[in-house]
Design a binder for this molecule. Sequence first.
Ligand SMILES: Cc1cc2nc3c(=O)[nH]c(=O)nc-3n(C[C@H](O)[C@H](O)[C@H](O)COP(=O)(O)OP(=O)(O)OC[C@H]3O[C@@H](n4cnc5c(N)ncnc54)[C@H](O)[C@@H]3O)c2cc1C
Length: 226
Amino acid sequence: MRVNLINYTHEPEKTVAAAARLCYSEINAEDIMKDLDPEKQEHFLKKLMDLGHLSPAEHVSFTFSIEGVSRALSHQLVRHRIASYSQKSQRYVNEDGFEYITPPSIGRNSEALEVYEQAMQMIQGAYEKLLKVVPKEDARFILPNACETKLVATFNTRSLYNFFQHRCCLRAQWEIRMLASRMLQEVRKVAPILFEKAGPICETDGYCPEGTMSCGRIEKIKKTKN
Ligand SMILES: Cc1cc2nc3c(=O)[nH]c(=O)nc-3n(C[C@H](O)[C@H](O)[C@H](O)COP(=O)(O)OP(=O)(O)OC[C@H]3O[C@@H](n4cnc5c(N)ncnc54)[C@H](O)[C@@H]3O)c2cc1C
């Protein structure tokens, strides 16, 4: 999996702080930007994030290049509707000899790995044969969830918070959890205060929505907070 932050709003933390301060100020955002020193900015941002006043965070967005992930992952990713996506097309791009993702549970089990690799080879052979007689858009019907894909995804800060709450959770599927954790590492490099408290919902909100399927981590979090 390769995850890179390829673009983001210029001065992300200053922009969020200025948008938030505007709500309580008589001067305009441009003048607020000029007046914001790093200390005031940090203080204001921390207060804002603690209060959960997240609408000013919507003014700042982050664009990621994501490669070496499965179609099983991308299907889950695009369920996050408050984001924009561009994905390698299987209608236009030839998937002849496609790369595929191998789940760790299969990779470390020689019997499972043999079955898996044989199935992938069989699908690759069938895809090649189909390509000779039908258009790519129809040959792709045979491609597996394991097929490697590439995307560009753009989220605003608030939507990213929601994404991390859902997908950094230990109950999330391993591949999208790995993606979420890489994306969080990337945004923390450029906006450390904004994302200081981002993470699974048990950490951000102190409760677990998973009920009987909870991993149990919330109990430890509650104990350390008491
Ligand atoms: C552990 C786990 C298991 C899951 N299992 C399943 C499953 O079995 N089946 C399944 O289908 N999905 C499953 N999902 C996906 C999940 O239900 C969400 O679709 C996904 O996490 C996107 O979350 P979201 O809607 O909050 O994000 P976004 O679409 O980015 O939305 C962000 C927020 O905007 C608001 N919003 C967005 N659209 C609307 C709208 N139309 N109306 C009102 N408010 C809106 C909501 O407050 C929402 O939380 C699972 C997710 C996780 C993390």
